[in-house]
Structures are given as C-alpha cells and as structure tokens.
Design a protein around this ligand. Structure first.
Ligand SMILES: [Mg+2]
Length: 387
C-alpha cells in the first residue's frame, strides 16, 4: 500500500515508474537564413529530443532547442539529460511531476532547456495515463486559439515582404515581429519603412532587438522606431543592463518587452520591482518548464504586466507543450510566435504540424501533448542516440 501511495499521482503504482530514458541529438534544417540581434542562425538547428517510457509502456516526449548566444548549448542539454538527470529519472514515478522536478532542480544548476524537456515529457505521460490534454491538467483552457506572430529576420528584405504577404493571404497571419539591431540603425529604418509601405495598414508590427543596442544611446534610436507604431519593442539592450531597460521603459510611449532579461520567477520579481519592462516574453526554454513559467506569469499578472509566448527554435514537441501552458494561463495574452514547425523547418518530427487557422495556433485536444511522432523523420534527423 505504501508503494502505491509513493508511486502514483495517477494511482498507477509501479507501472508508472520510468523504465527507459532515451536522449536524441537531432539536426533540423531551416528554409532560410535568419539574422537577429546578437546571433544569426544559419540553415541548421540542433535540438535534443527526450523519450521517456514507463514500466507499462506509456511514452512521453520532450524537446529542448537551446541557442548558444541566448542560453545553453545542445551538447550541454544532452549531457545534462543523459549524464546528470537520467539517474534521478530512472525508476521515478512519472506522475509526481513537481516532486521529480524539484529533485532535478536541487541536483543540477541551470540547464533550463533540459529541465523543460523532461517536464513536458512527464506531462505527456500523465495526460496519456489520465486521458486528458495537458491544459486540462493545468486547470483547463481559457483559450484554444493563440494569435500567431511570424518573425521577419531575413537579411533580404524583399524576401521577407513576399513571405509576409503570402502568410497574410494564405493563413490570415496579422502579427509580424521585425528582428532589428543586427545591422545599422539606418538599415532598420529602411526595412521598417518598407514593411509599413507594403503590408496592410492595420497589421500588428512588433520589433525585437535581441539585446542589439548600446545602453548609452538606445533611447534616441528607439524614438525613431516609435514612429513605425510598433505594438511593442522587445529587449533593446543586453539582459543584465536592467537600469537601461528601466530608463527606456520610462522614456518611451511604446511598451517595452523583456525577453533575455527574464528567465526565472526571481528575475521576474526583480523585473516587476524595478519596472524594467511593461510586458514579458515567457519561453519554456528559459524558465525550465511549465511550472516555473506559470510562476513568472503569476508574478507578472500581479504587477499588471501581460506576457507573450516566445521561442528559440523549437519544433512541434516543445511548442505544443507551450500551447498547453498558454491555453491554461490567462495572463499570457499577447499571442505567440510558434511558427517554426509549420513555416520554418523543412521537416518537423511532431505530427500533425502545429495547426494554424485564421492567424492563430490551435491548441491540441488529444491526451497528453496531443501529438504523434513521425518515426521516419525522427530517424532522418537523428545524429546520435543515448540510452
Ligand atoms: Mg526575443
């Protein structure tokens, strides 16, 4: 009886214990080169996929897509999961998600992408065991459609104009985020002028510097950018330049969004206290999973700061987990940028591709994450399997 109690949040006992941990390094190809802020992404994204299998054969999937100039590395994530977290995960009850994640937090510093991958795989298993989608496990959906933003980051502006026009016509996309700060200010102004001249007047344009401006001269630069009526300006200066973020937020009429400056609930608390932004981008790859992401959103909500669903270059497994988080978290009300599975990767591994209807990402309704795995695509993209 004691065994049953210790093992089963879902009452599944020993059958719920994790029997197998498989870590895969995959290489996924993008359709076009992207330039953005402090780092550019060429044609390849390195991802780490995690497959957990319980004693009774339920599989849960996780994904990490780090970006080396932003957080960690794929190699570091693979080592974190394979070497450091595997011993804690093997034999643990899959349904006791928060307890296992707390053990992992004590055992391994940082590595939020690895922890996010593990946590989403555990939610996938629990949802499949209970026959419920992950958002139901989080208290139920407040929305099932999330307005989608597409990022314009091609150094070839005319290619971006064509891509945006095609997305408006074919998928009803109404939100575009222009990546700035990777070239000159004059070039940013030229690109924004071109987007405003060629895209419909009521399109929702947002601007993301990815930390690209010098703190000592950012306000003058951003006053020019405000003329293009962006909905928000994201992370204009480096993450640790919090005084500059606060000064910019106070000086501009346009809302400022913190991305790189807020990874954790503690950083969110500081962001609210120092008012370094008006709004915040939440990414599971930064927070280390849905649990901490919900804490960030709760702190932001208490401070009157709505949140946005950001990404690095995750595919359909990680972004589906994020749709469940946003579905169940009212304060994440500024949309999402979950476009990579459908519009950036040549081939994804989760099936079906994350659905986009009338400009919004649709939250899956099946048990767990509510996705399947294309084993052939997985095999094609796998470069290494551990476990
Ligand atoms: Mg950003």
């Amino acid at each position: 009886m004691a065994e049953t109690h210790s093992a089963g949040a879902a009452g599944a006992g020993a059958r719920d214990r994790i029997a197998r941990v498989e870590v895969r390094m995959v290489h996924s190809h993008l359709r076009s080169k992207r330039a953005q802020g402090v780092g550019s992404v060429e044609s390849l994204v390195k991802r780490v996929l995690l497959r957990l299998t319980t004693e009774d054969g339920i599989e849960g999937w996780g994904e990490a897509a780090p970006w080396e100039v932003f957080s960690g590395t794929a190699e570091g994530v693979a080592a974190a999961l394979d070497v450091h977290l595997r011993p804690l995960v093997l034999g643990a009850p899959a349904g006791r998600i928060d307890a296992l994640m707390a053990r992992c937090e004590r055992a391994l510093f940082a590595h939020p992408e690895a922890k996010a991958a593990l946590e989403m795989a555990l939610y996938d298993i629990l949802g499949k065991r209970l026959g419920a989608p992950v958002h139901a496990l989080l208290g139920g959906a407040v929305r099932m459609a999330i307005p989608m933003s597409f990022s314009l980051a091609n150094p070839d502006t005319e290619a971006d104009v064509a891509a945006a026009q095609a997305l408006i016509a074919s998928n009803g996309i109404r939100i575009f985020k222009v990546k700035t700060g990777f070239s000159t200010h004059a070039e940013d102004v030229r690109r924004l002028t071109r987007f405003r001249a060629t895209l419909p007047e009521d399109i929702d344009l947002r601007v993301d510097y990815n930390q690209g401006l010098d703190p000592w001269d950012a306000i003058r630069t951003l006053r020019d950018i405000e003329a293009f009526r962006p909905t928000f300006i994201e992370q204009p200066v480096p993450r640790d330049q919090r005084a500059a973020m606060a000064a910019i937020t106070a000086a501009l009429d346009t809302p400022v969004m913190a991305d790189e400056s807020v990874f954790s609930p503690t950083e969110m608390l500081e962001a609210a206290r120092l008012r370094i932004a008006d709004i915040v981008s939440i990414k599971l790859m930064k927070s280390g999973g849905i649990g901490p992401a919900r804490k960030i959103s709760a702190i932001a909500e208490a401070a009157g700061m709505p949140c946005y669903g950001g990404t690095l270059f995750e595919g359909g497994i990680a972004l589906t987990a994020a749709t469940h988080f946003i579905a169940a978290t009212a304060n994440v009300s500024l949309g999402c940028e979950f476009y990579t599975p459908r519009f950036a990767f040549i081939e994804d591994i989760a099936v079906p591709k994350l659905p986009v209807e009338q400009g919004a990402v649709m939250v899956p309704e099946g048990p767990g994450l509510g996705i399947g795995i294309d084993e052939a695509a997985l095999a094609r993209q796998t470069v290494e399997v551990r476990g």
